[in-house]
Design a protein around this ligand. Sequence first.
Ligand code: RNT
Ligand code: ZN
Length: 418
Amino acid sequence: MDKRVVLAYELAKERYAEFGVDTEAALRRLAQVAISLHCWQGDDVGGFEDPERGLSGGIMATGNYPGKARTAVQLRQDLDKTYSLIPGTHRLNLHAIYLETDKKVPRNEIRPAHFANWVTWAKENGHGLDFNPTCFSHPLADDGFTLSHPDAGVRQFWIEHCIACREIGAYFGRELGTPAITNIWIPDGHKDTPADRLAPRQRLRASLDKILAEPIDRRHNLDAVESKLFGLGSESYVVGSHEFYLGYAVQRQILLCLDAGHFHPTESIADKISATLLYVPELLLHVSRGVRWDSDHVVILNDELQVIMQEIVRGDFLDRVHIGLDFFDASINRVAAWTIGARNTLRALLLALLEPTAMLRELEMAGDLTGRLALLEEVKGLPFTAVWDFYCHQQNVPIGYTFMDDIRTYERNVLAQR
Ligand code: RNT
Ligand code: ZN
C-alpha cells in the first residue's frame, strides 16, 4: 500500500507542477492549520453540569446511537481516538457545561480550576483550546432570553457567566501559549411576531459592552460573536442577527463568527469572508451543514465546503480565519462523525491549496473568462486523492476508508462496553 501511495503521489506531483502548483508547499501549509474540533459532537451537546437536563436553546441533536460519552474521561478518550484518525495537530473547542466538578457550580461562578483537567490533557497532546459560554440548557434561559432578557437580574447572571468564560479562555491561552477564542452565541428570540425588535437588541449591546469591558491580552483570549437567522422557537425574530453582530464586531474590532448553517439556505458564508475581513480583524468559522434548515449535519465534501476553503486560501487569510466545526449527529457513530467532518474539512482545504490560483487570476485579469471556466473545470479532475493519501501516510494516520477499521474496532472494544 505505502509504495503505491508514494508512487501515485510522485505522478500527481508532476501533474500539478504542469499547472504551476507546488504540492510540497501545499502539504507544508496544510500541516500548519489547526482545526478546532467541537467537543459537543461527542455527547449530543449534553455536557457534565447536569446529566438529567435536556438540550434547549432551539438547537437539537437527533438520534440515539449507542456509546455516547457520559464523563469527561470518556469524552477525552473518544477525542484521542478521533485525533488519531485526522492528519495534523488540532484544537478543541469546549463549552462551559463541559466543566469538571464534584458539586454543582452556578454558571456565573465557574472558574479556570473547573477546566484544569482539560488543560493538562491539551498540554500533553499539543491541542490549543477554544471556549464558549453556555447560554442555553438552563432554567434561566428557559423562556428564550439570556443577555437580552427584559429582567435585569437574569441579564446580570448571563453577563457574569460570559465574563467568567472570558477569564477561562484567557487561562487556556496563557497555559497553552496559543490564544483561546471565546465565542458568544445566545439563543434569544421570539417564536412569534415581536412587538419590539429594538429594545432586546439595545439590551444585548449593553450586556456585551459589560462583558467586554475588561481588556484581555490578545495573546491569551480573542472574543467572537456568532449570529443566527432563526432557531426552533425563535422563528420570527432573533436578537443576535447577522447585521447586529457584524456592526458590533466592526465597532469593537472583535472576531465575527460565521456559522455555515445560520443563513438562508442558498446564502453561502464563503462570499462573506473577503467582504467582512475588510472590516473585522479576524473571523471564526463554524463549519456545519444545514439540510433544508440549520440541522447541523456532518460536514461533507460538497461545493459549499470547497468554496469556503478556496476563499480562505485565495485571500491568503489562513492566519485570520479560524476554522472550527459545529455539527452534532447522534444517529451515527460519534467518533466517525467527528472524523468524517474533520477529514473532509482538511480535504477541502488541501483542494484549495492545490488550486492553480495564479493561473486563474492571470486569465481573469486578461479578460479570458472562457479560459478561466475551462481551467476551473479541468482542475476538478486532477489527481487530488493521491496527494491527500500521501499526506495521511506522511502524518501517520489511516489512508482512505481504512479509518473505518479503526472506528469499528473502537466501537466494539470501547463504545459498546459503556
Ligand atoms: C447554535 C450555534 C452554536 C452552537 C454551539 C453548541 O445554533 O451554532 O454555535 O451550535 O454553541
Ligand atoms: Zn455555531
